[in-house]
Design a protein around this ligand. Structure first.
Ligand code: FA5
Length: 334
């Protein structure tokens, strides 16, 4: 009988090993350890064994054999169930991961990059950043800047007017200089501020002009400020923004809101000069319009063209290239 038990166990384990699904293993349980299985039939023959000790020992051996087969079924069933679950998840799962190819990623525009860099350089020199409105009143754009109505210097800027109840009283700001007045009215001196922003003029587009472009205004108000402070700040700025081997110059000029006034040029690699901005000592009338006493406070101001700075920094031939939105051009500047 012991041989029969061993043979039945071997046959049952072989059937378990050959089963390939959890469902077939569930059915197998009855046929290998049930009453009608070979092992079950051997059990029913136990009663015919006369020797009681032998009967007990064989009963024990049969129970052990059945438990071993049941354990093999349970182990194999767990393996099949987990393999079936994995296969089901792989076939029904939805892949939610998304990949954006590096070449499709956006980047900041050249003029935005230049503005951020300019702000960084001036913040490094101790300046604060301010902003003003793009739609401006005649008062801030001209009058408070020492250009009363019909002042001939107003024609220095080809102005775009906004329709309003009082014609001519609302403009698209032609420069960032009106923000000087707003800052003087709001911030107590001393003032060290830069004000970047978009400006508008009825200029015909060409290699160095756009009708919509960007400026960064600078304003310093303190006690005993002189032209040397202005020249020193512009020199420090040029080296920080363009590099140590860049040359700049100040040329005498005229602006109604500064006295004396100058124009700021830098020299390009080919030896020619390009005008980047205007500057000068803040006119006493402008200090008064900003609510400051010219006897106590003095200062300097400047206004640079940001688009031209970006153009020169990256050696771009034509300023219009930056606005045609040709991705092959824009992608060169990460
Ligand atoms: C002004 O706008 C004065 N507000 C600057 C200023 C501020 C002087 C403070 C004194 C004190 P101007 O019109 O020159 O000045 O313009 C300044 C700079 O803006 C120019 O040097 C140039 O770099 C840039 N710019 C002028 N017009 C255009 C344009 N159409 N397209 C691109 N950049 C321009």
């Amino acid at each position: 009988m012991r041989n029969d038990i061993a043979a039945a166990v071997d046959a049952a384990l072989a059937e378990v090993a050959a089963a390939s699904s959890a469902a077939s293993l569930a059915g197998l349980s009855g046929s290998v350890v049930g009453k009608k299985s070979p092992l079950g039939q051997l059990k029913s023959k136990l009663g015919s064994i006369g020797d009681i000790d032998e009967r007990k020992a064989l009963g024990q051996a049969l129970n052990d054999a059945m438990r071993a087969v049941e354990a093999a079924i349970a182990t194999k069933r767990a393996e099949c169930e987990s393999a079936e679950l994995e296969a089901q998840m792989a076939s029904e799962g939805v892949d939610l991961t998304e990949r954006i190819a590096p070449s499709r990623r956006g980047r900041t525009h050249l003029v935005t990059q230049a503005t951020q860099r300019l702000e960084d350089v001036f913040v490094g020199l101790g300046f604060q950043v301010a902003e003003g409105p793009e739609v401006e009143s005649d008062f801030y754009n001209f009058e408070a800047l020492n250009m009363p109505k019909s002042h001939p210097a107003r024609s220095m800027w080809d102005t775009l007017f906004v329709e309003s109840a009082e014609p001519g009283s609302v403009v698209l700001r032609t420069h960032t200089s009106p923000v000087q007045i707003r800052v003087m009215q709001e911030w107590p001196p001393p003032i060290y501020a830069v004000m970047p922003g978009r400006v508008f003029r009825r200029d015909t587009p060409d290699a160095t002009h756009m009708p919509v472009f960007h400026q960064i205004e600078g304003l310093v108000i303190d006690r005993n400020i002189t032209f040397r402070d202005l020249a020193g700040t512009i020199e420090a700025f040029t080296k920080a923004f363009f590099g140590a081997d860049f040359t700049s110059r100040l040329r005498p000029s005229y602006f109604p809101f500064t006295e004396p006034s100058a124009e700021f040029d830098i020299r390009r690699a080919n030896g020619s000069w390009i005008e980047l901005g205007g500057c000068g000592m803040v006119h006493p009338n402008v200090l008064r319009a900003g609510g400051l006493d010219p006897e106590e406070w003095s200062g300097f101001a400047f206004g640079f063209g940001i688009d031209r700075m970006a153009k020169e920094r990256h050696s771009i031939d034509d300023i219009r290239e930056m606005y045609t939105n040709d991705l092959r051009f824009l992608r060169q500047f990460s």
